[in-house]
Write a protein of this length. Structure first.
Length: 228
């Protein structure tokens, strides 16, 4: 594979977040506005999350977390950081982006619950292969509340006006998390989709729409909150 063409990086502050029994302190990252490209200017796609991680690590980068992409998405779908999601690239092709966040099935305690008319599953949240906490992950829907991990903590069925995030959660034992344009509802062109559905061994891991972003900067340690 051709070497990664490293563009000018942008600095962004990731603010502090508290919830789900943890606190994530504020920190800074450098990130690429576009998905990774090779020396010929083509988006690097069709690689697994593991392969992408190794390519980046060799050049001093890493994959972004779901929390970081959530912060980058706060400016809305018009931000150039998401041009490749919406096909605003020379190939006019929408891409899906890998993240370093995964959801693994917990082996302890109650695994499912119903609350407020919605179903929730207990999951271990990982970032770059390291456990950072646990979360009751809601069923698929429109995101209304976020956890510090960039994974929804509350979803609903009704869409409001403006850019929203549509969450798709498939309850495999282990899934990787992706971010993309909301191609499931082609009547909308202003929404994101956060996808937690690909088993790490799924053949979909190497389709030609799966690209990745360059991020530089260490992840902070999550602090576990002590209940009062």
């Amino acid at each position: 594979m051709t070497g990664i063409a490293v563009p000018k990086l942008v600095v962004r502050r990731i603010d502090e977040a508290v919830g789900a029994g943890v606190r994530r302190p504020a920190y800074d990252i450098e990130y690429s506005p576009g998905l990774a490209r090779d020396g010929d200017g083509s988006i690097i796609a069709g690689v697994t999350c593991e392969q992408a991680g190794k390519l980046l690590q060799a050049q001093g980068f890493r994959l972004p977390t779901a929390a970081e992409l959530k912060v980058l998405g706060e400016a809305g779908y018009r931000d150039s950081v998401f041009d490749d999601y919406f096909g605003r690239n020379p190939d006019r092709k929408p891409y899906i982006e890998w993240t370093a966040t995964g959801l693994h099935k917990s082996k302890r305690g109650k695994q499912g619950k119903a609350e407020g008319g919605r179903e929730y599953c207990r999951r271990i949240v990982t970032e770059c292969g390291k456990k950072v906490g646990e979360l009751w992950v809601p069923e698929s829907g429109i995101v209304r509340e976020w956890s510090p991990f960039g994974i929804p903590s509350k979803t609903v069925d009704d869409h409001q006006d403006g850019s929203e995030t549509h969450f798709q959660f498939v309850t495999f034992d282990n899934v990787d998390v992706h971010r993309c344009w909301d191609s499931y509802d082609v009547s909308r062109d202003d929404c994101f989709r956060l996808v937690a559905r690909f088993d790490p061994n799924d053949e979909m891991n190497t389709n030609d729409q799966l690209g990745f972003r360059l991020v530089r900067g260490p992840l902070p340690a999550y602090e576990k909150l002590v209940a009062a």
